[in-house]
Design a binder for this molecule. Structure first.
Ligand code: IDC
Length: 303
């Protein structure tokens, strides 16, 4: 591990200042790391051994993607136990943990707002005093009817206070319409709360200049941005990998001081997965990593 690796014990509680993410002592912070795949499918990679291996390569954040739909939390509540284990393991490694309410095909976050409130009530109660826990309240709102003003913003306004009751200073990430791409729309009509960031998601084979323009526009309007999910593949998680396009994106994020998590830490047979099929739970060497995994793991420690 690089000697300038820094985790929770160094940075402490994170806070948003303007569009920047800062640490407890007022230093700029940029987090790099992996996102798990769906916790209903790949919980074994979201454990100490695997997360530790990403840390060895320079990662200081881990995102725990808890799908709501598709056999996730809504139909299998005890997935929350795996999420808790993953959060505890991540914190034990001195790394920041993102708890992601991973809506996707259930495109409107309002659809399950009660469940979201109960879930975040439980999680923020449990981690009330933890400086390293970050809450991502809706992965990717999507669909023509799912607008910021009518659906996502009111959802955020009802879920954020639930978290704030227990963890008043926690960093909270808010998804944007159109699969967390419309950061500019959120920026035009921002939430009236502190310590929140909007998420920008991209897949290098599908999204390019146009999405970067939206991001620049949002930053220009003062919206803080966190790239909590991106892939080297096309948006369906496959195709490519698009490493030249990924270079352009990572350079862009770096120039703008934007933190990121890569999709995904799994051995699924799809190009976005960082591990090759049959990979063990951790301790990976180059032979266990996919082309994407080799690329992404080599970027964690970049500034
Ligand atoms: C994809 C997975 C794929 C799985 C599918 C389920 O890669 O294995 O079958 O979800 O719905 C996202 C989502 C993320 C997607 C990913 C790739 O947040 O859940 O994962 N993606 O399609 N947004 C844009 C792309």
């Amino acid at each position: 591990m690089n000697s300038d690796w820094h985790g929770i014990s160094y940075h402490g509680r994170l806070r948003v200042s303007g569009t920047r993410l800062m640490d407890e002592n007022g230093r700029d912070v940029v987090l790099h790391g992996m996102s798990s795949h769906g916790m209903q499918w790949y919980p074994h990679f979201a454990r100490l051994q695997g997360i530790q291996t990403t840390k060895t390569m320079g990662a200081n954040v881990f995102r725990i993607a808890m799908y709501t739909d598709e056999g996730g939390y809504l139909t299998k509540k005890n997935i929350a136990d795996d999420v808790i284990k993953a959060v505890d393991d991540t914190l034990a490694l001195d790394m920041y943990a993102i708890i992601d309410w991973h809506i996707l095909h259930d495109n409107n976050p309002m659809e399950h707002i009660r469940e979201a409130q109960d879930f975040f009530e439980m999680m923020s109660g449990r981690y009330a005093n933890e400086k390293g826990v970050i809450y991502e309240i809706c992965n990717e709102p999507n669909g023509p009817e799912v607008t910021w003003s009518r659906c996502v913003k009111p959802y955020a306004e009802r879920v954020i206070p639930v978290i704030r009751r227990h963890a008043p200073e926690a960093l909270i990430l808010v998804g944007c319409p159109t699969w967390s791409q419309d950061v500019d729309i959120c920026a035009e009509d921002p939430l009236d709360c502190s310590n929140i960031m909007y998420t920008l998601h991209f897949y290098a084979g599908t999204h390019g200049d146009e999405l970067r323009e939206k991001c620049i526009k949002a930053l220009g309007m003062g919206a803080p941005i966190f790239a909590s999910e991106w892939g080297t593949s096309a948006a369906d998680g496959n195709g490519g990998v698009f490493l030249r396009e990924s270079d352009v994106w990572l350079d862009f994020l770096s120039r703008n001081g934007i933190s990121w998590c890569n999709w995904s830490l799994a051995d699924r047979d799809e190009t976005s997965a960082a591990l090759r099929p049959g990979a063990p739970d951790g301790g990976w060497t180059s032979e266990h990593l996919s082309e994407s995994g080799r690329y992404v793991f080599s970027k964690f420690a970049d500034k």
